[in-house]
Design a protein around this ligand. Structure first.
Ligand code: NAD
Length: 442
């Protein structure tokens, strides 16, 4: 007993003290997501006493493809865009994960994101490994024709390593069902046949699933409801702030409002809005469709990210990019529940501050797994040639997300660790079970 408790202390100690050193640029803390995910996996491998070699296999992707995509621009010139696709591990099934278009995408970021995808799928019990892709581009600077050419060019480069049983892309930051439509068309043309199971998040007419667009935000809200229940809190009447009003942030805000949560503050890349009585999320969505940002909405303007992280509220949802909850913002958080809708929104220092202040954190690899879950449902529908109703998709999503939450929560109670550590333990244990069953580790 005493030995076990010492071991737990050691693990907890190693989690905090062995976190990679942060880098500070222009006064802003930047953490390398690849180093963070590696360290967290290593701690879980040690805690689970897994056989030698487990961490060696898990610590980096089995394949990262780096490509250069030439695009003829509208003015007749040519530009080369750099892209990556990372495939972490295929021990549970084909690799799966989104493609992001962002000017700051890096190889390490894409690698880390693919590793988080492996853990997410394992936690949800989905037969996939982790994949992720990215193109270094600001899509807002491209015309629609240029964007289509870029998306198709990316698929031409990736074709040898893609397929419904190999690697399956999906939407992520700045990529949409329309882009998935171009991608599946390009892949099907190259193969000379329709292969809908190769890309998920497609338009419904091309075999996309009902409920996929809303799936990540819907899953986030399912986990928030579970957390509130465990904390003995009632969702109705609670207040929330959301960073990011894209696919995930906007759906999360909408569904929270539907459940009677007052969404008081929202920020996006263009600015932020705050209204203490609760924003009209539907009306704000209509505004954003027209203006492209929440900024300038009524007279609620002028809400910054700094104010968002220190806001007096019950629920905080980071739904934008990495490295947002940091040594600076973490200690200011007053929310009882932080739901990590984005991937990797929290740095080690930010995490330590939240732990110290007793914030209930729903870690990203659990919180935002609704997207990959409904992507899996889409793939199942494509491979069985069936189409499920939206109600069926949402009910199945609810079952899967609440089960995953329960599995992680039980691990947290059993091992007396944080929700984040518990999520890594559940994910790593399942991946290691498959590695053992295949004879990769003894
Ligand atoms: P998106 O491109 O639809 O939206 C991103 C939002 O973040 C936009 O509203 C943008 O304005 C905002 N944003 C960017 N920089 C910001 C800043 N500095 N401050 C405040 N807001 C800022 O992307 P998305 O698909 O909603 O993805 C958001 C996050 O969720 C990402 O971390 C992504 O990896 C993660 N995620 C997405 C899915 C999915 O199915 N789309 C699934 C799992 C996880």
């Amino acid at each position: 007993m005493a030995e076990e408790s010492n071991r737990k202390k050691e693990v907890a100690h190693s989690l905090k003290s062995e976190m990679p050193a942060k880098e500070v640029k222009d006064g802003v803390e930047i953490s390398n997501p690849l180093e963070i995910v590696q360290r967290l996996i290593e701690v879980a491998v040690n805690d689970l006493d897994l056989p030698e070699g487990t961490f060696e296999i898990l610590k980096k992707p089995k394949r990262i493809m780096k490509v250069s995509i030439p695009v003829r621009m509208d003015d007749g010139t040519y530009r080369e865009f750099e892209g990556f696709r990372s495939q972490h591990i295929d021990v549970l099934g084909p690799t799966k994960g989104g493609v992001r278009f962002h000017p700051k995408v890096t190889e390490d970021e894409v690698a880390a994101l693919s590793m988080w995808m492996s853990l997410k799928s394992a936690i949800l019990g989905i037969p996939y490994g982790g994949g992720k892709g990215g193109i270094v581009v600001n899509p807002k600077e491209l015309s629609e024709r240029e964007l289509e050419e870029l998306s198709r060019g990316f698929i031409r480069e990736l074709e040898p390593i893609m397929g419904p049983e190999k690697d399956i892309p999906a939407p992520d930051v700045n990529t949409t069902p329309e882009i998935m439509g171009w991608m599946i068309d390009e892949f099907s043309r190259l193969k000379g046949k329709n292969v809908p199971g190769t890309v998920t998040g497609k338009p419904i007419i091309l075999g996309g699933s009902e409920g996929r667009v809303e799936a990540t935000g819907r899953g986030v809200v399912f986990t928030i409801a579970e957390a509130a229940e465990r904390l003995g809190l009632q969702l109705e009447g609670m207040t929330a702030v959301v960073q990011g009003f894209g696919n995930v942030g906007s759906v999360t805000a909408q569904l929270l409002a539907e459940r009677g949560v007052k969404v008081v503050g929202i920020t996006d890349a263009g600015g932020g809005v705050y209204h203490g009585d609760g924003l009209d999320v539907e009306d704000l969505l209509r505004y954003v469709k027209e203006k492209g940002t929440v900024s300038g909405y009524r007279d609620f303007d002028g809400f910054s990210n700094d104010e968002l992280f220190s806001a007096d509220c019950d629920i905080l949802v980071p739904a934008a990019l990495e490295n947002q909850i940091t040594a600076e913002t973490g200690p200011k958080i007053k929310a009882k529940i932080v739901a990590e809708a984005a991937n990797g929104p929290t740095t080690p220092d930010g995490n330590a501050a939240m732990e110290q202040n007793g914030v209930f954190v729903i870690p990203d690899i659990l919180c935002n797994a609704g997207g990959v879950t409904v992507s899996y449902f889409e793939w199942v529908q494509n491979t069985t040639h069936l189409a499920w109703t939206e109600q069926e998709v949402n009910e199945r999503l609810h079952t899967e997300m609440t089960q995953a939450f329960e599995d992680v929560f039980r691990m947290k109670e059993q091992k007396n660790v944080s929700m984040r550590e518990a999520a890594y333990l559940v994910g790593v244990e399942r991946i290691a079970d498959a590695m053992k069953a295949r004879g990769w580790i003894k």
